[in-house]
Design a protein around this ligand. Structure first.
Ligand code: HDE
Length: 690
């Protein structure tokens, strides 16, 4: 029998003591501890004794609980899952992970880039999308982002990019945002950033959820088949729930309502069995295709339009298990773009090449030992071994004398250790099979890398009107935060004139500055046909699955109406969240008490994808005097969400300034239909967008 007995100590403190075979608290060295509440003192009022090894160990360990946070992507959320290969791609790759039907365990970490580990989830920022596949031929890490291109073309510039975007060096602000002097000073001097800036200023950097964003391998990689034939590929993750982003005002208010909005969303989805899924696809091409394009496929500031080269789907990722421990798993996971397996290889993209050494170095410094691969979250799940030995935190205990190779120890009956394999080992593909070129040693870039504007233009012209307005307005917002440096906004707008004259004019007008002279382009941009795949609005899914509907109710609300709305939402796998002035709930029309999930003041409507307002005449009168209720409705309307309301709730809607449109409905089927989407057409009536 094991039992925990609770007693009170001499100072009134609580002691929980193990009796019977209950597990006993020990020091790290296994010594049982008798008192976890009082340090050892010389007399009741005397000094604490150095002799107290229990206290010393506890405090010393605590003092060392943090490791250096990642220099970028410090704030992240992780989950375990499985990748299933769904297509036979043996023509492309021999990698075991792609064998049709093969299931491979994975760990995924999503992140923001600029903020520290304790910053918020919803700044305007790129999101990391890093996947570690524990394949039976070793770990493959696909360390990508939710945007298919990058700011810079050469690894040499990365420290400057990061220094400029992170908090400013002297004042240590702003945290987690690019809307400040140093970022725009640097970016406006670096025309190659323009394409990525278009994405960064679009709603792509305001994803509603990790579950509704795409992921990209970003660089060009190679797949290699059993015959050694290499093909070029770009990797794409497509979310099953479709794309969905917030709008800027909503993202700002989300920061106030819930710093952990996306972390919580991911955790709760997995916890409730609603497993997020993405399909993995590849754009496959060869050297002949590469040579025909008006851009260089090794240039990471360029994408390949899906209309030119469709995505071929090869597998599905399902996230099905939350981490057991944030530090041990999500914090200690060490992604290495250099982790590839036989059948997958690198291209000569100079940015990818730079990443290949950076991550190994950072993990050594972050995790403090060259043995970081032994930490369970990083260790391969397949057998692994070599002759690397010793080092800090060595946890493996190799037997015998074989710590060198070649050796002939086996001939003497001793363990000789593993050996290389020409058939199974990783072989770098022959450079002549790809676009990779060898040449003189030069600090230069290939010719087409100089085209910084064609694809920025392609991106802008592929957006809906509403999305274009968001991009122009974000440029205005961010540049309006640039203080001292009054040459920066004009310099940026001068670059934008190469992208699209209308965009440049809108940004200049929004800032209230004269349109500057067009910046000279290193290479004149060309027009490319617009690509629907680049728009969020064109890739949203009309669904309630994965969406949360907030239902505002109060004393007197109609029980039948409330139940009907809840069941209609749940029938389509939506989440109904009850919000009432008191968290204990409200007494409904039938006299029953209904508990709330959230209290009105702490559960604003930005947390939801759509809202229903179910009130009686009395309830409505009461809530019209409550600013949080008016704000709830006003923000839902302002954030372009569906609002379903009972007849009696109308005065509250009027007070909140709600005007009728397709998104403002009663409580029936039309509400459910509206709640599956957003009402972007409403926005120009509400907001002065650039
Ligand atoms: Fe990273 N990057 N990066 N990066 N990156 C890091 O590694 C770096 C780049 C990306 O959830 C660091 O473990 C260099 C592109 C993600 O743990 C660091 C260059 C892309 C994550 C580093 C790049 C990424 C990182 C910081 C230019 C998209 C988070 C901590 C040559 C394809 C992984 C760490 C996680 C993290 C260096 C450019 C994505 C410092 C030098 C391009 C998703 O090593």
């Amino acid at each position: 029998m094991s039992k925990i007995e609770t007693t009170t100590g001499s100072g009134g403190e609580t002691h929980q003591r193990a009796t019977g075979d209950a597990p006993v608290l020990t020091t790290n060295h296994g010594v049982p501890v008798s008192d976890n509440q009082n340090s050892l003192k010389s007399g009741g009022r005397g000094p604490t004794l150095l002799e107290d090894f229990v206290l010393r160990e506890k405090i010393f360990h605590f003092d060392h609980e943090r490791i250096p946070e990642r220099i970028v992507h410090a704030r992240g959320s992780g989950a375990h899952g499985v990748f299933e290969a769904t297509a036979d791609i043996s023509d492309l790759s021999k990698a075991a992970v792609f064998t049709k039907g093969e299931k491979t365990e994975v760990f995924v970490r999503f992140s923001t880039v600029a903020g520290g580990a304790g910053s918020v989830d919803t700044p305007r920022d790129v999101r990391g999308f890093a996947v570690k596949f524990y394949t039976r031929e070793g770990n493959w890490d696909l360390v990508g982002n939710n945007i298919p291109v990058f700011f810079i073309q050469d690894a040499m510039k990365f420290p400057d990019l990061v220094h400029s975007v992170k908090m400013e060096a002297d004042r240590a602000y702003p945290q987690a945002g690019s809307a400040h002097d140093t970022f725009w000073d640097w970016a406006s001097l670096m025309p190659e950033t323009t394409h990525m800036l278009m994405w960064a200023m679009s709603d792509r950097t305001l994803p509603r959820s990790f579950r509704t964003m795409e992921g990209f391998g970003v660089h060009t990689f190679k797949l290699v088949n059993a015959k050694g034939k290499a093909s070029f590929v770009k990797f794409h993750w497509k979310p099953r729930l479709g794309l969905q982003s917030t709008i800027w005002d909503e993202a700002l208010k989300l920061q106030a309502a819930d710093n952990d909005f996306q972390r919580r969303d991911l955790w709760e989805a997995i916890d409730s069995g609603s497993f997020p899924q993405w399909d993995l696809g590849v754009q496959v091409f060869d050297q002949a295709f590469a040579e025909k394009q008006p851009y260089d496929v090794l240039d990471v500031t360029k994408l390949i339009p899906e209309e030119d080269l469709p995505v071929r789907f090869i597998g599905t990722l399902t996230l099905n298990r939350n981490p057991d421990n944030f530090f041990a798993e999500t914090e200690q996971v060490a992604f290495l773009p250099s982790n590839v397996v036989p059948g997958i290889d690198f291209s000569n993209d100079p940015l990818l090449q730079g990443r290949l050494f950076s991550y190994l170095d950072t993990q050594n410094s972050r995790l403090g030992t060259t043995n970081f691969h032994q930490i369970p979250i990083n260790a391969p799940r397949c057998p692994f071994g070599n002759f690397q030995r010793d080092g800090k935190m060595q946890t493996m205990v190799p037997k015998g004398r074989a710590n060198y190779e070649p050796n002939s120890l086996a001939a003497h009956g001793e363990e000789g250790g593993p050996r290389e394999s020409a058939e199974r080992g990783f072989v770098t593909t022959d450079a002549t099979t790809g676009a990779d070129e060898q040449g003189e040693k030069l600090r230069v870039r290939a010719e087409l890398f100089a085209d910084h504007y064609s694809q920025a233009r392609l991106f802008y012209r592929s957006q809906t009107e509403s999305e274009q307005a968001h991009i122009a307005s974000s440029f205005v917002f961010e540049l309006s935060k640039v203080g001292l440096l009054d040459q920066v906004p004009p310099r940026m707008v001068a670059n934008l004139r190469n992208v699209d004259e209308d965009l440049a004019q809108r940004v200049a007008d929004g800032l209230g500055i004269d349109l500057p002279k067009k910046a000279p382009a290193a290479r004149e941009p060309v027009d490319m046909p617009p690509s629907d795949a680049l728009s969020i609005h064109k890739n949203m899914k009309d669904t309630l699955e994965g969406r949360a509907v907030g239902i505002l109710y109060a004393d007197g609300s109609d029980a039948t109406e409330l139940d009907a709305v809840i069941s209609a939402i749940e029938a389509e796998q939506g989440k109904a969240v009850l919000v009432s002035p008191k968290v204990g709930g409200a007494t409904l029309s039938d006299g029953s008490k209904r508990k709330a999930d959230g209290q009105l003041a702490g559960t604003p409507s930005q947390l939801f994808d759509a809202v229903a307002v179910i009130l009686s005449d009395e309830g409505c009168k009461a809530l019209m005097k409550e600013a949080a209720a008016v704000q709830f409705v006003m923000d839902a309307f302002g954030h372009l969400k569906a609002i379903g309301a009972s007849e009696a709730a109308k005065p509250l809607l009027d007070k909140a300034g709600v005007e009728p449109d397709g998104g403002v409905t009663g409580l029936g089927d039309d509400f459910v239909a509206a709640a599956r989407g957003r009402f972007y057409a409403r926005e120009p009536k509400l907001r002065m967008l650039a």
